[in-house]
Design a binder for this molecule. Structure first.
Ligand code: AMP
Ligand code: GLY
Length: 424
């Protein structure tokens, strides 16, 4: 088979790693890919949003399967573009990717189908939102830009003043662009978070092993929200009992809800959950693999990913026995100091070769650049260092040991990824 991956981040590197392990794959391409993916695939300089070029390339090369990684192309109809050209593509169609593309859509879906989530109101007018905040709101309260905002469109506001500023940021200043044409105001919830990714074939849903992300920039969950500073899998807090409830009340209901709406969901559904005192509630849906959750989940998957993806496309996922290793994995993100605000890049990275031939250790590239045979930092999040271990503690020790193999100027990481497991 010839496979094309759309995307070029750490998530796509982890997908490429897994795909390259499949004996069914002869040739792997990535558009645009990155310096790490280039060790596994031929990288093509086509942007993730240039569907015409992608389709033309896929036709020319006789690509058998396309895997779309990021949210933006999925929400804009990347899978539809390939399907219209008769090329098999993995991911939700535009109609289904709206579950991530519009928070108002996903909240209304959950309300209509009785899927547990925070209470909310939707606004298209800033004055109405302000009136609501001034008269009806309890604080803290959560403001969410409706559309895609690079994971930054969620503002937690502690008082009316912060909320007023939040409305201005989202709806008036349009800091997240058109994503702020609509806004959801939502009840603030507390509890431990867990990410559950699931393969979906439109009818059936099979969950992968759980993971927990660390979104804040600094140790102790301080600092600004980021794209994710590290992950561990599985989450010891997401017990079998909790999973059983979620299977019925969240995952299966979501699949059926999307079908009932004529938006059959095929691809990976990412459920961001909060385990509150009143039960598990959905924080958000994503229509794709999570980043950096994928960097700890896929290395633990036993199945050939191509078999699973084909079953999703063919509607035969019920016949797949999805299996994960009985171990754990931790991913520590190595970032440029100053991320997510401002940082320098262009520093040479040393030590990448140390990972070669080491079983259970991975270095996934997120923001790197290759020039004259050398690899340089080229983004806020630079690398994701993942290690497996017999349990979470071992995996954590291994990941932090491996994080020291890498060296570059301005290297920054959190030192408490997976520390929560001490409380489990
Ligand atoms: P989202 O993009 O919706 O997952 O939001 C990003 C982060 O904001 C989540 O991972 C939570 O940490 C936080 N968050 C979102 N919604 C709520 C809520 N209703 N209550 C408390 N925290 C929230
Ligand atoms: N780790 C959260 C996300 O992928 O959106």
């Amino acid at each position: 088979m010839k496979v094309l991956i759309i995307g070029g981040g750490g998530r796509e590197h982890a997908i490429a790693q897994k795909v390259s392990e499949s004996p069914r794959v002869d040739k792997l391409y990535a558009a645009p890919g990155n310096a790490g993916i280039a060790e596994l695939a031929e990288c093509i300089d086509i942007s993730v949003m240039d569907f015409d070029k992608q389709v033309r390339f896929a036709k020319e090369q006789g690509i058998d399967l396309v895997i779309v990684g990021p949210d933006d192309p999925l929400v804009a109809g990347c899978v539809d573009a390939f399907e219209e050209a008769g090329i098999r593509a993995f991911g939700p169609r535009k109609k289904a990717a709206i579950i991530e593309g519009s928070k108002a859509f996903s909240k209304d879906l959950m309300k209509k189908y009785d899927i547990p989530t925070a209470a909310y109101e939707t606004f298209t007018d800033a004055a109405d939102a302000l009136a609501y905040l001034e008269t009806k709101a309890d604080f803290p309260i959560v403001l969410k830009a409706d559309g895609l905002a690079l994971g930054k469109g969620v503002l937690i506001c502690n008082d009316l003043e912060e909320a007023r500023a939040g409305v201005k940021t989202i709806m008036l200043d349009k800091q997240f662009g058109n994503a702020g044409n609509k806004m959801v105001i939502e009840e603030f919830m507390t509890g431990r978070e867990v990410s559950v990714l699931a393969f979906c074939d439109g009818t059936h849903i099979k969950t992968m092993t759980s993971a927990q992300d660390h979104k804040r920039a600094k140790d102790g969950d301080k600092g600004l929200n980021t794209g994710g500073m590290g992950t561990f899998s599985p989450s010891p807090f997401y017990t079998k009992e909790i999973d059983a409830v979620c299977q019925k009340e969240i995952y299966e209901k979501t699949m059926m809800a999307m079908k009932a709406e004529g938006r059959d969901f095929t691809g990976v559904l990412f459920c961001g959950l909060m385990m509150t005192a009143k039960g598990v509630k959905v924080l958000e849906y994503n229509a794709r693999f999570g980043d950096p959750e994928t960097q700890v989940v896929l290395p633990r998957m036993k199945n050939d990913i191509i078999d699973v993806i084909e079953a999703c496309i063919d509607g035969t996922l019920d016949q797949v026995d999805l299996e994960f290793e009985d171990n754990a994995a931790v991913c520590v993100v190595l970032a440029s100091d100053g991320y997510p605000v401002s940082y320098e890049k262009g520093f040479e990275i040393q030590g990448l070769d140390t990972f070669k031939g080491k079983d259970g250790y991975y270095v996934f590239h997120a923001g790197t650049l290759k020039k004259d045979g050398k690899i340089y930092t080229n983004g806020g999040r630079v690398l994701g260092v993942t290690a497996k271990g017999s349990d979470l503690k071992q995996a954590r020790a291994n990941a932090y040991e491996a994080a020291e193999w890498i060296d570059f100027q301005n290297k920054y990481m959190r030192h408490d990824i997976g520390k929560a497991i001490d409380e489990a």
